[in-house]
Design a protein around this ligand. Structure first.
Ligand SMILES: [Zn+2]
Length: 73
């Protein structure tokens, strides 16, 4: 299963660790960065590593047409 570890933010490619930092900074300003899937450009959110999984992005709503969308559950 593909896991997205990069995304687009304002048209720029960033990796998940960078995204997590930006998200935490944004949270203090009560805002949310507009992360987008590299492949389908649907909104995604950054997840920290945990429970055996590496940090990655997940789509807010699953996109069957995107191979980076998590269909494993
Ligand atoms: Zn996607």
């Amino acid at each position: 299963m593909a896991r997205a570890v990069v995304c687009l933010l304002d048209g720029k490619k960033i990796d998940v660790n960078e995204a997590l930092q930006l998200r935490d900074q944004a949270r203090q300003r009560a805002s949310r960065p507009n992360f987008r899937c590299m492949e389908c450009e649907e909104p995604v959110r950054a997840h920290k590593a945990g429970g055996g999984a590496k940090a990655h992005f997940e789509h807010y709503s699953r996109n069957r047409n995107c191979r980076l969308s998590d269909t494993g559950r």
